[in-house]
Write a protein that binds this ligand. Structure first.
Ligand SMILES: [Fe+2]
Length: 412
């Protein structure tokens, strides 16, 4: 049972059962206990026993509870969600990436304790590295993920917003050549609640955007269209592209402009490290996966952000670390002028790793940590507090023992 694609007046529920059955869905407004939605659905093996139900006409900034029950009214499962506010309200988001397939870590209950408006999972939802027997292996991967009791409890009660990275789209460092690409895209659409897709073709990216308050979250699919550069030793023979084609990149630019026009700040969900260049602590001369190997495309984006004065921050995963940069190391615009704040959060449940950098606020490459974003709205500004929490509920500190934290305001 997944709840997601929440907006000010909608929610999508994804129900999956183990066999063909009828399920009664009941949604109540928490404050009044009034039933506002009731529907019986039938799951069928031909559809993998998954039914997606889109519920609209909800009230904004309102808590709802729901139950799923069988014929004899015995409640099988229950959960809750809160719709987004239609005003410029303050809220909290938790995000992170990289979790063992079917992880039962205590970190999921720690995430729930934060009571975020949603959980933004930036990829490596599992590590099945699927590049053959696509259909059967994707079904099995999702079965393992959703069979985790710890994860299921979270996904029932906190809306899941999910964008894949390499290990859950295909194999390690996967790109557009993944033999399971079409299946991965289809399976994502079948299994997950998601916002409207920017593209709907069977080989096209699962990129999507959504707004919460005055923030536009731009979830760019950085895997399914990716073309890596090629090298002979350290000599780059061909340039790569993370967006993969002009149509995808143009969509991204237009989305940034549209957000700016609305007076929004953009949070760009960009799974792998943006900061990495010659002289950096982890830079390799033949970078293929992170932005260190794509300097031309990165500068094109930075120049666009600079030229159009887009208020943007980057949220990343992939590297199994918490790290933050206040813009002092992230400016790749020609001649400078695009110092973007960057926030990495991982690993939810995997061993640590340190990639890219340097990062102004330092880093922590540990297992069991997630990022927290507090959004505070005022009349003119939008202010943010960024910090990270570990599986034990303690603040995440950098290599010098200082809390990794940023507080700042942006004026869109
Ligand atoms: Fe990972």
């Amino acid at each position: 049972m997944l709840v997601g694609a929440v907006s000010t007046e909608r929610v999508t529920m994804c129900v999956q059962t183990i066999a063909d059955t009828r399920v009664l869905i009941k949604i109540k407004e928490f404050a009044t206990d009034n039933i506002i939605f009731e529907k019986t659905i039938t799951t069928e093996a031909t559809q993998k026993n998954i039914v997606k139900v889109l519920i609209s006409g909800l009230r904004s900034n309102t808590k709802y509870t729901y139950t799923l029950s069988g014929n004899n009214t015995e409640v099988w499962t229950e959960g809750r969600f809160i719709t987004f506010s239609d005003k410029a309200a303050s809220y909290k988001v938790v995000f992170g990436s990289c979790q063992e397939t079917g992880s039962e870590s205590v970190i999921y209950s720690q995430i729930m304790k934060e009571s975020p408006l949603f959980y933004l999972q930036l990829g490596d939802l599992h590590y099945e590295n699927i590049d053959d027997r696509c259909q059967i292996r994707f079904d099995s991967a999702y079965h393992k993920v959703f069979s985790s009791k710890a994860q299921a409890a979270l996904y029932r009660n906190i809306p899941l917003v999910y964008m894949w990275d390499d290990h859950d789209f295909g194999p390690n460092n996967s790109d557009a050549s993944n033999p399971c690409r079409t299946t991965a895209i289809q399976q994502y659409k079948n299994y997950f609640p998601h916002y409207p897709m920017a593209f709907d073709g069977e080989t096209q990216p699962i990129s999507q955007t959504f707004d919460v308050g005055r923030i536009t979250y731009v979830m760019a699919d950085m895997r399914s269209q990716k073309i890596p550069p090629s090298y002979d030793g350290c000599v780059r023979l061909t340039q790569g592209s993370n967006f993969g084609n002009e149509t995808h990149l143009t969509w991204f630019f237009n989305t940034l402009l549209a957000a700016k026009k609305k007076g929004h700040v953009v949070f760009w969900v960009n799974s792998y490290p943006w900061i990495n260049a010659p002289g950096g602590p982890n830079y390799k001369c033949n970078e293929k996966d992170n932005w260190g190997g794509y300097p031309e495309e990165r500068t094109r984006i930075a120049d666009f952000i600079k030229a159009n004065n887009i208020p943007v921050c980057i949220l990343s995963g992939d590297a199994h670390m918490v790290a933050m940069d206040d813009g002092s190391h992230s400016d790749y615009a020609t001649g400078g002028g695009a110092p973007i704040r960057v926030f990495h959060a991982a690993a939810i449940d995997r061993p640590g790793s340190y990639k890219g950098g340097p990062y102004s606020q330092g880093y922590s490459w540990e297992e069991g940590q997630f990022g927290v974003i507090e959004v505070k709205m005022s009349i003119d500004d939008i202010c943010f507090v960024w910090y990270a929490v570990n599986a034990n509920g303690k603040p995440v500190v950098n290599q010098e023992g200082k809390e990794i934290r940023l507080e700042f305001c942006m004026t869109p």
